[in-house]
Design a protein around this ligand. Structure first.
Ligand SMILES: [Zn+2]
Length: 408
């Protein structure tokens, strides 16, 4: 017995298909209108809508989301955002973070997302409150969305000065982190920060996702330090470098050189066009840089590159709709990806970074998004396109109404 058929779906390659779903998995993908082997208990006619592997948001900050109306970034740049956030920490309670995170989740799910990797601040001023809030958010929303929590440990991390942060990281891992992260370029000793992070992640058998080189200063290039350390020690777990802004400021030859190292190290890269466009380039009065990583060089080297939305209406990015198609649109206009590449960056490639299935094939989880649009280009160009989000073959959200809210 088939649970559900998604009829009249259009795949990215143009095929019109019916997708049969049983027990949360894709049972078969048949030409549309072929007589199915079994009778479904339910059928949704997608009317030719584009059907994709569900969007994944590989880089979010659910603890900060939707706080921008009450926390002011006075300089607009990264340090202004960090100062504003740190100054507001006494007012950031666990309840507050849970409420804002759940509101953001409704937005993400309505926009077609079934998996989110969120960073979670750990350090002085916030302690473990964010980890406590987001582990609860992760665990209470399991049916609708797969959430990974990456501990964003503050700096310094190495030596005597880093002992407090290292102890917090150990406690956070015990609370249930899914990955270890951090901001090595802002540490007084970036190489030691990276080594300490890799040590902790290896001991806990956890993957790593670091905020790397969120600066247009070409002299800062910790991505290369990370790649060499990963290669030298043979780091065994999946590893991601987010942002990598300063790679985009190197000469083409240097970009290729570092991209080859990143490929050899097996590091995936997440480009974050929206937050980078917002935070980078303040004070540069002419030919303001876009602040994006060197996507083309990374692609040519064979690196997996995904697109992440990063911040949503907080001091690090005042705008943002929690919509991967907004990220894809920026990857087209600011990053010069083709529409098909941009869609892949927020769908299959974002899912690949998170270790999820990347294709619509028999046996894969039925985590899918249907976008009502006549072409891939139109799907990205028309910001308000209608969506239907399926998690394990169950409708979890749509842009017409929040299924989650009406379900109560
Ligand atoms: Zn981030």
């Amino acid at each position: 017995m088939t649970d559900l058929v998604l009829a009249n779906a259009t795949l990215v390659d143009g095929r019109r298909v019916d997708v049969f779903i049983n027990d949360g998995l894709i049972e078969s993908v048949d030409a549309a209108d072929a007589t199915g082997a079994t009778t479904p208990s339910e059928q949704h006619n997608l009317g030719g809508a584009l059907l994709l592997p569900a969007f994944a948001e590989p880089h979010a900050h659910l603890d900060k989301a939707l706080s921008g109306d009450r926390i002011t970034n006075r300089t607009g740049d990264l340090m202004g955002a960090i100062d504003a956030w740190m100054g507001a920490l006494p007012s950031i309670t666990i309840t507050d973070m849970i409420e804002r995170a759940n509101t953001a989740l409704d937005m993400y799910i309505g926009n077609g997302v079934t998996a989110i990797r969120t960073h979670s601040d750990i350090g002085e001023g916030i302690g473990l409150r964010s980890v406590e809030a987001l582990t609860e958010v992760r665990d209470t929303n399991r049916a609708d969305v797969d959430i990974e929590i990456c501990g964003l440990i503050m700096y310094p991390l190495a030596g005597t000065a880093g002992s407090y942060n290292r102890r917090l990281l150990t406690e956070a891992i015990d609370l249930g982190l899914d990955l270890v992260g951090g901001v090595p370029a802002l540490d007084p000793d970036p190489a030691a920060n990276i080594a300490t992070t890799l040590d902790a992640a290896e001991e806990a058998s956890l993957p790593v996702d670091l905020h790397i080189d969120e600066t247009i200063d070409p002299d800062v290039l910790t991505l290369e330090v990370l790649a060499r350390q990963v290669i030298d020690r043979g780091f065994p777990n999946p590893i991601t470098a987010s942002h990598c802004v300063s790679l985009g400021m190197q000469t083409p030859a240097r970009q290729r050189e570092v991209a080859m190292l990143v490929a050899e190290a097996g590091i995936s890269v997440i480009a974050n066009p929206q937050t980078n466009l917002f935070l980078q380039g303040w004070g540069v009065e002419a030919a303001t840089p876009r602040g994006l990583t060197a996507i083309e060089a990374l692609h040519e080297a064979g690196v997996t590159v995904a697109g992440g939305g990063d911040n949503v209406q907080d001091p690090f990015n005042l705008v943002g709709r929690a919509d991967p198609l907004e990220t894809a649109s920026l990857l087209v206009s600011a990053g010069h990806l083709s529409p098909i590449e941009a869609l892949a960056a927020v769908s299959s490639e974002a899912r690949r970074v998170m270790g999820l299935s990347t294709t619509i094939e028999t046996g894969n989880p039925a985590d899918l998004v249907a976008v009502t649009a006549p072409s891939t280009q139109a799907a990205i160009a028309s910001g308000g396109t209608a969506r239907r989000t399926y998690k394990a073959g169950r409708l979890t959200g749509s842009s017409e109404q929040s299924v989650r809210r009406f379900r109560g």
